[in-house]
Each structure stands twice: as C-alpha cells, then as structure tokens.
Design a protein around this ligand. Structure first.
Ligand code: FES
Length: 222
C-alpha cells in the first residue's frame, strides 16, 4: 500500500496515458496490475497496467483514468497478480491483442528488445508510436505469426476466451503455443482481498481468480 501521483497525461495512438510517480515497490511488471483509487475510500479502485517504464514510476492507460489530471493523488495497492514471464531465450516475440487495444502488452516491448528479441505487435488497431524495431501486423496475419514466433503473449477479454480457444484450437500442434501466455481482461474490484469471485475464469480444470492466479495464465491451463 502507498500513494502516488499523476505526473502528466499523454495522448498516444488515441489513448490517454498517465505517467504515475510512486515508490518502486508499487510498480507492476508487464501483465501485473496495481489497484488505484483517487480517494482512500474509493469504492471501486481501478487496475493500472504497466504500459512503459518512466523515471520514478511507470506509464499506464485505462479508460477509467481518462478523468485524471496531473497532480491527482492516488492511493495504490500492489503490484498484484501474476504477470508475463518471457523466457530469456525468446528471440521472436509476438504480442497479440486479440480483441482490442495493445496497451497492456506494450510493457513487454522494451524488455523484449533489451534481450535481443525481434518483437511484433499484432491486432486490429492503428498504432503510430512504436520503436522503429517493432513491426505491427493485423490480426489476419495470426497464422503466419504463430508459425514464426517462439514466444506468444495474448491479451483477451474474458468474454472472448471461447473465441480465442476456437481460433487457436485448430493450431494446437504449434510448438510456440507450448510457451504461450494469455492476459485475461476482467474487472478485479477487490484484488483478491474479499474473494468476491467477480474475476473467476473457467480453465481446463476448474476455476481460478484472475485477480490473484492471473491475470496472466499459461495457454496450457486454458
Ligand atoms: S476481484 Fe474479487 S476475487 Fe478477484
């Protein structure tokens, strides 16, 4: 638990990003989240995902933060949940926004490039502000991307998980899927404290909570 502050807001590819300053131990890794409320008793804190690193904090984006302005004080709890784990041996990393914005996957771009991997961002979105080394591809390129990559990171809404299973099910023999990880987007109102169950995800064997067992799951579990 701690506090932070919105230092500035930025417009990037149609998204309003917020640069947050906070203690290092409150910064989520890619795929993890930190719950933030604009007041200590905020009824529903919002999850902040790591979009990029920044001095003394991190950059984040979510629809809920649109109303925040520079100077906004935040009450933070986190980092929470399980994030992405890109193997150091990965050389061809595909970040796939299956049904929406790539914003929660962007936190993997710098670590991927830093370890010498080629990075491709896949999805049906318009993106202009990418490092020169990163390629953007539409979702239609997914079969080729799955063939090419040795590490896959997906972002999908919980309600679209069935569709993702259908899409990948036909390709389940691909070796890259052995290492694939999936961030499941769902609301996480209590962050696991109250065991409210709102974030429950149906897996191959039983149920798990996205707020603390995820939000990133191994594809094999799904
Ligand atoms: S958000 Fe309440 S149990 Fe997951």
């Amino acid at each position: 638990m701690g506090t932070g502050q919105v230092v500035e807001t930025l417009l990037e590819d149609g998204f309003r990003l917020a640069r947050i300053s906070c203690a290092a131990n409150l910064i989520p890794s890619a795929g993890q989240y930190t719950l933030a409320g604009a007041a200590s008793d905020a009824p529903l804190p919002v999850p902040l995902f790591h979009t990029d690193s920044a001095p003394e904090g991190f950059i984040t984006a979510s629809p809920e933060t649109e109303s925040w302005n520079p100077g906004q004080r935040l009450f933070l709890r986190g980092p929470l949940g399980r994030g992405f784990n890109v193997p150091l041996s990965a050389r061809k990393v595909a970040l796939i926004a299956f049904d929406g914005s790539p914003i929660r996957l962007r936190g993997l771009i710098r670590p991927g490039l830093n370890q010498g991997a080629a990075v491709v961002l896949v999805g049906n979105f318009s993106v202009e502000q990418l490092p020169d080394e990163v390629e953007a591809q539409p979702l239609a390129a997914l079969p080729d991307i799955l063939d090419w990559a040795d590490c896959l990171a997906f972002d999908v809404a919980r309600e679209n998980l069935f569709e993702l299973r259908e899409t990948l099910g036909a390709l389940k023999q691909l070796p890259a899927l052995e290492e694939a990880q999936v961030l499941i987007r769902t609301s996480v109102p209590c962050g696991g404290v109250a065991e409210c169950g709102v974030c429950a995800v149906s897996l191959k064997f039983g149920w798990k909570l996205a707020c603390k067992d995820g939000p990133v799951f191994e594809w094999k579990e799904l």
